[in-house]
Design a protein around this ligand. Sequence first.
Ligand SMILES: Nc1ncnc2c1ncn2[C@@H]1O[C@H](COP(=O)(O)OP(=O)(O)O)[C@@H](O)[C@H]1O
Ligand SMILES: [Mg+2]
Length: 324
Amino acid sequence: MIVELDGLSRHFVVRRPTGRFRREKRVVRAVDGISFTVAAGECVGYIGANGAGKSTTIKMLTGILVPTSGRVRVTGLEPVRQRRELARRIGVVFGQRSQLWWDLPLAESFRLLAAIHRLEPAVARARLDRCVDLLDLAAFLDTPVRQLSLGQRMRGEVTAALLHAPRLLLLDEPTVGLDIVSKEALRAFLTEERRVAGTTILLTTHDLSDIERLSDRVVVVDSGRVVHTGGLAGLAAAAGVDRVLVVDLAEPAPPLEGVPGTRFLSAEAGGLRQHLALTGSAAAAVAAVSARVELRDLTIAEPDIESVVRRLYHRAAATRPAGS
Ligand SMILES: Nc1ncnc2c1ncn2[C@@H]1O[C@H](COP(=O)(O)OP(=O)(O)O)[C@@H](O)[C@H]1O
Ligand SMILES: [Mg+2]
């Protein structure tokens, strides 16, 4: 396993003033007993609402944040204790924070990183050339990082993270704020990187297209806990979003309210077509409907991933105490 988390937690003690001289101490369970693994070559999407604990998890994987409890291994190493060794094996991109030198031209940042990683010049050159080519960096290699657009900078960040050919790439919101073209360029590049180098990827993202395009599976976190792991398919149930039963009737009928295992949503065409949310088994619901009316046709619509995740995020936001 490239990544192994077992009951990993990180709590923060925060003090906030509640009066002139009073301060309330509160424990934020940013990560609260998370367990999952990532196998070599996999690409796993780590998703959840703002404040769910994604960045805190990534920071513990890189060794910059000490866990409160639990176990974490990355490429077999213990991140905090073996941080330097780990740095040679992983590449990290935090969408919000740069690892590049702000005032130096991009190419100069790459030279420094190659020196830090003690890469053979020929090896560094070959890898860089490939990134320059695939990520279209040539036009701004000599531009100081601070003058780059966000899309240009992120392409530079990903190149910097991959220069030493890490076996694991950790990406925290790599596409946030990017234009469509830059997003696409990055996704295509990461797909190619996996194909050619077999790099394992763990990424957090708010963008479902990233997940659909890149991830083999997802781990969904909510308030520091894993609420779903697996394919995108089971996500709907985890989010509590119902599938929709669409029934076409032989004759117009009043709204099909109160059918067991369903919730009436809407009717069209004077009641000829009706939409019912499935809260139980589809077979039982269909039996119950057909006992009431004559069916002409029926379909079951899976909720689209977009609404599922919106719901998931919405719910997490609604259940979190105010101010956190
Ligand atoms: N250094 C910190 N001190 C106090 N609270 C923190 C700190 N870092 C993160 N948190 C809190 O932990 C929770 C998880 O944060 P984070 O891991 O950044 O979430 P995400 O990346 O999923 O948006 C949030 O409630 C956040 O406010
Ligand atoms: Mg974050």
